[in-house]
Design a protein around this ligand. Structure first.
Ligand SMILES: Cc1cc2nc3c(=O)[nH]c(=O)nc-3n(C[C@H](O)[C@H](O)[C@H](O)COP(=O)(O)OP(=O)(O)OC[C@H]3O[C@@H](n4cnc5c(N)ncnc54)[C@H](O)[C@@H]3O)c2cc1C
Length: 294
């Protein structure tokens, strides 16, 4: 199928893009890598009256190390650039670990880091990784800008707080504390296919080996990626143990998710996979926090 007719704008600067988005309002839509939007338009699931293509704006593709630590990633940075970046591997290895699960290399060569987060696919890797990393998002509109916490960013499947006249410009990943380990675990039918369930964990230890802070994010089991409150409540300030991980996995998979059945997996399978992946991901992140293994 071919898309419905649409107008096309290719601004050369951020200012021009914001002018066009302001003028178009609800009729306009940002085009980033096009790896989700174009198929959706071809299937007529999306029928924007006009596209504002960001691909000519070179200023939006970068990976920087801000003074306060962590990483600042420009929205149009291609997934493959992030995937192979030494500085991302050093500062945010969780991002690099999840990247190969996103489709195939051809998809990652075009798909953008910010585009995947703005797309807010509950089965997508990067929305969940951004949530696990406590990302902050810089959102621009004509004449103003704002920062949003990732905790407040997702409103539902494919829905975020970004308004039609706004665009995501930058994703900031705060620095990880010392003695932090991260881990991403996923199941899907085959490599590159849709996530059936996935877990991202970030575990930080204090000097005594107790859990200082923790985030466990569950993907493809709800309308948005979900943070496990049980994990935080049960582990922070405690000695981590396999028994505690099992208890968290049971509570989270029984009470904190709302998986559905679709062509990729049954709800029951997703619940079971979430349980197992939480144990695997926490075990791996803990080993890494202690300085053992990858
Ligand atoms: C065969 C195939 C397999 C795939 N497998 C996976 C997978 O396993 N995991 C996964 O997560 N994804 C997968 N994808 C999707 C891919 O990762 C997309 O690239 C990504 O989800 C969206 O990024 P994009 O840059 O292509 O955005 P686009 O498709 O251009 O845009 C997606 C949406 O985000 C909005 N948007 C994009 N950038 C901005 C911005 N800066 N500001 C405001 N709104 C913006 C657009 O308006 C649109 O609504 C797959 C795609 C294909 C074709």
């Amino acid at each position: 199928m071919k898309p419905a007719a649409f107008d096309y704008y290719a601004p050369a600067s951020v200012e021009e893009a914001l002018d066009q988005l302001a003028e178009l309002g609800y009729n306009g839509k940002v085009l980033a890598g096009g790896q989700s939007l174009i198929p959706a338009m071809n299937f007529r699931m999306a029928r924007p009256a006009a596209l504002v293509d960001l691909n000519n704006i070179k200023d939006l593709g970068y990976i920087k190390e801000p003074g306060e630590g962590g990483l600042a990633i420009g929205t149009m940075t291609r997934d493959s650039v992030v995937e192979h970046s030494k500085v991302v591997m050093d500062k945010a290895p969780l991002v690099v670990e999840a990247m190969p699960f996103i489709g195939h290399s051809q998809i990652r060569n075009r798909g953008t880091f910010g585009g995947a987060i703005a797309h807010a696919d509950p089965a997508g890797q990067l929305p969940g990784i951004a949530l696990a990393m406590r990302a902050r998002l810089h959102i621009l509109k004509k004449g103003s800008d704002r920062w949003e916490s990732i905790d407040d960013f997702f409103l539902g499947p494919f829905m975020t707080v970004i308004e039609p006249d706004e665009m995501l410009a930058e994703v900031v990943l705060p620095p990880l504390p010392e003695k932090t380990g991260t881990s991403y675990k996923q199941v899907s039918r085959q490599h590159g296919s849709t996530t059936q369930a996935a877990i991202a964990s970030v575990v930080s230890l204090d000097d005594k080996g107790k859990v200082a802070s923790l985030r466990v994010v569950m993907m493809s089991v709800g309308a948005t990626p979900l943070v496990s409150s049980a994990a935080e409540e049960m582990l922070v300030g405690q000695e981590p143990s396999e028994a505690a991980f099992r208890e968290i996995a049971t509570k989270a998979s029984e009470t904190e998710i709302d998986p559905s059945t679709d062509m990729h997996a049954t709800a029951e399978y997703r619940r079971h996979a979430t349980h197992e992946l939480i144990i695997q991901s926490l075990t791996c992140a803990l080993e890494r926090a202690k300085g053992k293994g990858g």
